[in-house]
Design a protein around this ligand. Structure first.
Ligand code: SF4
Length: 332
């Protein structure tokens, strides 16, 4: 039976923007960036849930909110049923250890003046993972785990390639024996061949250590490769969520369909029938009323301009937030 490890429950996140001098003079109200607009999802033990969407759609904000970098304006994030905001200090430390985030640019998260050995030892010490005498042996184990040579312990981050730096970031995350990894565009800055190596290492470690992963990425092929389930996010809302194979082979939401058809195919003979996404992603400062996708949707009706669609299950599909999902699926 599946076990929910993490639950995001109706999370909204709005960042107020300071008013300009002209706003003050003209007594205009302050603006608010609506980064997340009622996101709900549950992460099951041992699964990889991919989160996809265009740049600026809110997927990284969601990841940061889960690791408590951004407290939600409303809604809850729960870890084994416990709200992760407003807990006691001891529980907070435990959550920080059990849910680890890895970023696109390890340069900004790895201290450039510390050797790999020091970086890993520090993580072990902060969370009291091993007695002092056992730390060198554990560092050696961690380097083995991510397939870095033992002499990596003596080197500084700038002495490694991008792929090796991501292995250090993975080793540091694993040092504290987490339950959940949040990978935010983990391999986006790497060459394609290196991406495959790092992602395959991650999958192997997941299998070996029973990790649960939230994999945030804009590269759909990569997400399909790693994910059991996928959530498609548009302007801070999940518009479709479901089993990865079903969603990728038969997307139901017009945005998912356009996003997938615009992605390059792995098959060079596949000429596809690209449904190009028209228009730009609207600003989260000015989220359109009704279905936020209606200005770019070729199926939009009058209802779409006023009523916000909610996620609902479709037979043999996942959950879709679209008023006309049945007709669109039938005609697809
Ligand atoms: Fe398009 Fe309407 Fe569905 Fe939104 S609700 S995706 S505008 S058809």
């Amino acid at each position: 039976m599946s076990e929910t490890v993490l639950e995001v429950d109706n999370v909204t996140l709005a960042f107020p923007i300071s008013r300009s001098l002209m706003d003050v003079v003209h007594r205009r109200p302050g603006k608010v960036v609506r980064a997340l607009n009622g996101v709900s999802l549950a992460l099951q033990r041992g699964e990889t849930l991919g989160v996809v969407g265009e740049s600026g759609c809110g997927k990284s904000t969601l990841a940061r909110s889960i690791v408590r970098l951004y407290p939600p304006t409303s809604g809850h994030v729960r870890h084994h049923g416990q709200d992760v905001f407003g807990g006691e200090a001891k529980k907070d430390r435990d959550y920080n250890r059990r849910v680890q985030m890895m970023f696109q640019d390890p340069f900004s998260s790895l201290n450039p003046r510390m050797t790999t050995g020091q970086i890993l030892s520090e993580a072990l010490r902060v969370h009291e993972m091993r007695p002092e005498a056992e730390i060198p042996a554990r560092v050696a184990e961690l380097l083995d785990l991510v397939r870095l040579p033992q002499d990596a312990a003596e080197k500084l981050p700038h002495e490694f390639s991008g792929g090796q730096r991501q292995r250090i970031a993975i080793a540091r995350a694993l040092a504290v024996e987490p339950e959940v990894l949040i990978a935010d565009e983990l391999v986006s800055a790497l060459d394609v061949s290196v991406q495959a190596q790092v992602v395959n290492l991650l999958l192997e470690l997941q299998d070996r250590l029973g990790l649960t992963i939230l994999f945030v990425a804009h590269d759909l092929r990569l997400v399909r490769h790693v994910s059991n389930r996928v959530a498609v996010i548009y302007l801070g809302r999940i518009v479709e969520i479901g089993d990865s194979e079903t969603l990728f082979s038969n997307p139901s939401h017009p945005y998912s369909q356009a996003l997938l058809s615009a992605a390059p195919s792995l098959d060079p003979d596949d000429k596809g029938q690209a449904q190009h996404l028209s228009g730009e992603l609207p600003s989260p400062l000015n989220v359109p009323p009704g279905c936020a996708f209606h200005q770019r949707c070729r199926f939009a009706s009058a209802r779409c301009k006023s009523d916000i669609p909610t996620l609902r299950s479709l037979p043999n599909r996942g959950e879709v937030a679209c008023h006309h999902a049945e007709e669109i699926s039938e005609n697809a």
